[in-house]
Write a protein that binds this ligand. Structure first.
Ligand code: IFM
Length: 464
């Protein structure tokens, strides 16, 4: 930190870090855990960039005490983690694995002992394989099974965990997993993707009252990955393409949760493949929430393109992404570094959906960080990225967005799904051969921010 003016946050603003079970726990079949779709998918040759899988990952199932100590040493007073459904119900439904529940029981106690507030995500993509075998999210039996799993988890932990998220990024599960085939379960069909999205949103809505019944004073939300979308030009067809991208990516998932049903323009676009909506589905999906979790990483500039340039998702939308050469891009998937998009997204959500509160439940950036000659990791690009996005959050709060906290993705480097271990999002480096954790410069920077509830403005607007 230096002597420049400081950007302060409202008292009580929550600073935390996020992870998910499959990405860090490892112990894929320990103590009675069942197989998940990610165990199966990652073991399938050709699916993961580096050919590796999450069997061991960061070995957090074994090293969780050290990891919680590390969090406490970084002044993190909140931790967003996810619960592995197949650790608790190895077959998705059926018999309960007591050892799985015990693990999360100990983990939650460990957080509370260290003054860390648990934010629990109930589904971060590791569907029990047995449920996938009988139709997965396209099958209403999976919705019923999810509600039972949520009942079990919240009965056991609801006396201590008060902040609950049903799902993480339904768009990714539905589209990456069921249309693009790059995530588990690896299906490739638009109708299936939309049916899966429907099952996920329905399971969210049906789980909300169960959480409230089991957990007095619970604060319940869902986490959506949102993108700021801009049209590549003022041409009518480009604007329409940008509107479709926004419809498919943002509104398809926000509108039903906030009681607006599916957006009419997208229902028309998806004519013939739209999901079957049964009586009561839309009402269930619109169960009142206490907060919305916003995962934000990038902005998209979209142009009309009937071919979609070989990109399956955009081909479905007759659109393509345009990269403006003057906009910086991150290493990961060429995501634009666009903090203004976070600012605009938070204000847009506040204006159009009026959630009671919002958390930025994920934001971060990956770089090929390795220790330098001095044994340290000087990840200045990550510090700049986080500072700029935090400044965007602060400005959005000033301008009326009800944002109550920020969770950095991620606490530590971990298994980045189809990219395997080739991407490092952590503020803590993990040596996968030894399991050794090493705090990066960004970790120390974030710890100072969390302690002060403020950071030097110069960190956000430095030009180098
Ligand atoms: O690692 C993922 C996380 O699981 C969900 N949100 C995006 C992150 C980075 O790709």
């Amino acid at each position: 930190m230096n002597d420049s003016p400081s950007l302060e946050f409202p008292a009580g603003f929550v600073w935390g870090a996020a992870t998910s079970a499959y990405q860090i726990e490892g112990a894929w079949n320990a103590d009675g855990k069942g197989e998940s779709v990610w165990d199966r998918f990652a073991a399938t040759p050709g699916k993961i960039a580096d050919g590796r899988d999450g069997r061991t990952a960061c070995d957090h199932y074994r090293l969780w005490r050290e990891d919680l100590d590390l969090m406490a040493s970084l002044n993190l007073r909140a931790y967003r983690f996810s619960i592995s459904w197949p650790r608790i119900l190895p077959e998705g439904s059926g018999s309960v694995n007591a050892a799985g529940l015990d693990f999360y029981d100990r983990l939650v106690d460990g957080m509370l002992e260290r003054g860390i507030r648990p934010f629990a995500t109930l589904f971060h993509w590791d569907l029990p394989q047995r449920l996938e075998d009988s139709g997965g999210w396209t099958d209403r039996a999976t919705v019923d099974a999810f509600v039972r799993y949520v009942d079990l988890a919240t009965r056991r932990l609801g006396d201590r965990v008060k902040d609950w998220m049903t799902h993480n990024e339904p768009w990714v599960v539905a589209f990456c997993g069921h249309l693009f085939g790059v995530h588990a379960p690896g299906r490739e069909d638009l109708r299936t993707a939309l049916a899966a999205a429907h099952g996920i949103l329905l399971s969210h809505g049906r789980a909300v009252p169960v959480i409230r019944a089991n957990c007095p004073k619970a604060r319940v939300g869902i986490v959506h990955n949102l993108e700021w979308v801009e049209s590549a030009s003022d041409r009518v067809e480009d604007r329409a393409a940008a509107m479709r991208h926004d419809g498919a990516f943002n509104r398809w998932f926000l509108d039903p949760v906030f009681g607006k049903g599916y957006p009419g323009d997208m229902l028309a676009w998806y004519d013939g493949v739209a999901p079957k909506v049964e009586p009561g589905d839309l009402e269930a999906m619109a169960a009142p929430l206490d907060f919305l979790g916003v995962n934000y990483y990038t902005r998209r500039v979209i142009a009309h393109d009937p071919e979609g340039r070989g990109d399956k998702g955009r081909a479905v939308l007759a659109a393509r992404q345009v990269y403006w050469p003057f906009v910086p891009r991150a290493e990961f998937d060429e995501w634009e570094v666009a903090p203004e998009g976070l600012y605009r997204t938070l204000l847009r959500v506040q204006r159009e959906y009026a959630p009671a509160a919002m958390y930025v439940t994920e934001n971060g950036t990956s770089w090929p960080d390795e220790p330098g000659p001095d044994g340290q990791i000087h990840d200045l690009l990550r510090i700049r990225y986080v500072a700029r996005h935090a400044a965007a959050v602060r400005q959005a709060i000033d301008d009326g967005a009800q944002v109550k906290g920020y969770f950095l993705w991620s606490l530590m480097d971990n298994f980045e799904w189809g990219f395997g271990f080739t991407k490092r999002f952590g503020i803590v480096h993990v040596d996968y051969a030894t399991g050794r954790r090493l705090v990066k410069d960004s970790g120390r920077w974030y710890a100072a921010l969390a302690a002060a509830n403020a950071f030097p403005l110069a960190d956000a607007n430095a030009t180098r």
